[in-house]
Structure formats: C-alpha cells, structure tokens
Design a protein around this ligand. Structure first.
Ligand SMILES: [Zn+2]
Length: 165
C-alpha cells in the first residue's frame, strides 16, 4: 500500500479508479515530502490546521469532528455557506457531510485524472482551502492567474497610492 510504482499509476485511465486509489491511500505514508519525509495525505493536511490558505489568506481548519456536520441547517447556522464563481450558494460537501469553507485540502496541480503517475508526487501537490479548491475547479492555470490577478491588484494599488505626476 505504501509503495506505488509511478509506471503502474500511469497505466490507470479510469478516473474512478484513480479516485479510488487516492481515497484508499489517505492514511498511508505515500507522499515523500522534502520537509515532512514520508507522510500520509491526512497527516499532511493536519499540519495546516489554523494556518492561512496560501491563495485566499483565510485561516484553514482540519479535523472532521470540529469542522463538519451532517446537518445542513446546522452547516448554514455555522456560516459554512458561500457563493461559488457563478454566484450560487454552496457548502463544501462529501457524501452527507458538510464542511467548513476553509477546510484544508490537498490539491493536485496537474489533475490526477490526467497525470495519475504524479498523484503522490509532492511537487505536484499543494495545500489550499476547500473554497479555493472549488473555485479552482479543473483549471490548471489557476495558480498562474491567481498570481497575475495579485500582481495587477498590487500595480493598481501602487498607482493609486502614488499618482503619476
Ligand atoms: Zn483559500
């Protein structure tokens, strides 16, 4: 379980199979991280509890007991609801469980369905909150666009602060 051969992973082509392997591996030390060493996806996420999301800067949460609920009304009462990119109200959900909007997720920079051989490759993994992950969708250029938006905002703010003479 802890030793996946990237060549075997590359041979996977059904996204359901790829998802199954990812789900089944969550508690196993399948990632070789430069700082954390061999680590499971769950333990990797847990390290970012109460740390800021690198994309939106909001504090992230990890721990299903404290930061999820099976009751939709309770989820709404806790403020879990937010607007997606189309302006629709959504709540992060896995099965019948509703999660905090900034719950920690481990995202694949290159979609694991397209690049299964890099599913556990730490250079292909990045931490972000669930909301950012949702907004990212399957857009592999998200990080680039996000940085570009940030730079444009910064440029505008700088111009605003220091008007050209
Ligand atoms: Zn975020």
């Amino acid at each position: 379980m802890t030793n996946f051969n990237p060549k075997e992973l590359a041979a996977l082509y059904l996204s359901a199979d790829i998802s199954d392997i990812w789900q089944a591996s969550q508690s196993y030390a399948v990632i070789d991280h430069p700082s954390f060493g061999k680590i499971s996806p769950n333990d990797y996420r847990a390290k970012y509890h109460q740390k800021p999301c690198p994309f939106c800067g909001q504090k992230m949460f990890h721990g299903k007991l404290a930061h999820s609920t099976n009751n939709k009304q309770e989820a709404i009462a806790r403020g879990y609801e937010y607007l997606d990119k189309n302006g629709n109200k959504i709540i992060n959900r896995a099965g019948n469980t509703y999660f905090h909007p900034h719950y920690v997720t481990l995202d694949h920079k290159l979609n694991k369905a397209r690049c299964p051989e890099r599913m556990f490759d730490s250079s292909n993994l990045q931490i972000m909150c669930w909301k950012c992950n949702n907004l990212k969708g399957d857009n592999n250029a998200y990080e680039l666009q996000h940085n570009l938006n940030y730079l444009q905002d910064l440029a505008e703010e700088t111009l605003h602060r220091y008007p050209l003479l």
